[in-house]
Design a protein around this ligand. Sequence first.
Ligand code: SF4
Ligand code: SF4
Length: 393
Amino acid sequence: MNEANYFKELSKCVRCGACKSLCPTYLSALDETMGARGRVAMLGELGMKRLAPTGRLAEKIFSCMLCGACKDLCPAGINIPEIIYQGRNALKNSYRKGRVLRTALKLSMSRLDNAFAVMRVCQKVFYRPLHKAGFLGYVPEITSMPFRKTIQVYKNMKKTGRIALFTGCSVNYFYPELGNALSGILLSKGYEVVVFKGELCCGAPMRSMGLEQEASRLAEKNIELFSKVRAEAIISLCPTCTMVIREQYPFLTGDTIMNILDVNEFFIEYDITAGLEIDPAVVTYHDPCHLNYGIGIKDKPRHILKNIKGIELVEMRHADECCGFAGLFSRHFRKISGDIGRRKIDNILNTSAETVVTSCPGCMMQLESLRRETKSDFDIKHMVEVVDEAMHG
Ligand code: SF4
Ligand code: SF4
């Protein structure tokens, strides 16, 4: 969005307040400055130079979870998350809390393997004492073998087709087993599987810290990689990556560049999950915000679960309410993140389901963190693990 459009969008706000009705930070804090309407109003005042770019103002704009719950609620059609991204770009230098992180992101963005290798060593040495002292929440162990290093191409004699995986950072460094599960499913259905050599972060963490130019540079490099691989679809296990590639990358190419699918879409469109069966289990489903509000996928995961013989799907209350993770938000705004997350845990426990299924590695991290904190007893699975289990036992 260019500057002229940004101000035009801001000027459309009539202060009706519809956007704050589902805003999780507003509903938690019950403070106008922590809600969608307040943020749009403050950015409007900033644009008119009636508010100064102070640290306090920046904190309010960076306290948005970018969940997108407000996106389709505005009668004036304002894309509020996009407005927030632009606001962050303008206010990033006033957001002191983010200074270290911004520098770290800039330094590591094109050397992710090295950065995660260093973080792994730090995790080994410092994580346990810091976690015990309450300075750090739960963080899954960084793998010693990133997923992309384990495969480049899996050939398949059946040659049903060729599918590329956009692994994203969370699968590559924290949850390689999800990538393995998806590869196994694809191979058993006869597909050749490819990962992108040199894949970079999709750019979401950079945008969320106001680093628009850096995010665009990453996108340009990924687009170049995509153009070198022939595949009928690119699949992602992370809805944030899918949303960013689907919505932001076309601004750079001037077109829709590829068939990028969330794994749930892929399972349904390619008829992967028909006739599956699993040991009897009661499960509930948590909607990741970027899958539901971001790219509008809500029914497909439920359809998959309901059609696996043996699964009884019970809906929790407010399944589409955020889990409180929102990436870096959960580190900078731990109190609100925890409050929102504990509401989610209560809703899960009220179903008596033994497993909560979701479709986002970030949500898995947050749910696991709160499951441990509340000493709750349920399993957390990504959809790809459920399908893999039903397919391969
Ligand atoms: S994106 Fe989410 S947290 Fe941010 S203003 Fe909208 S509803 Fe609130
Ligand atoms: S819903 Fe739209 S018009 Fe109403 S307060 Fe929010 S941004 Fe403004």
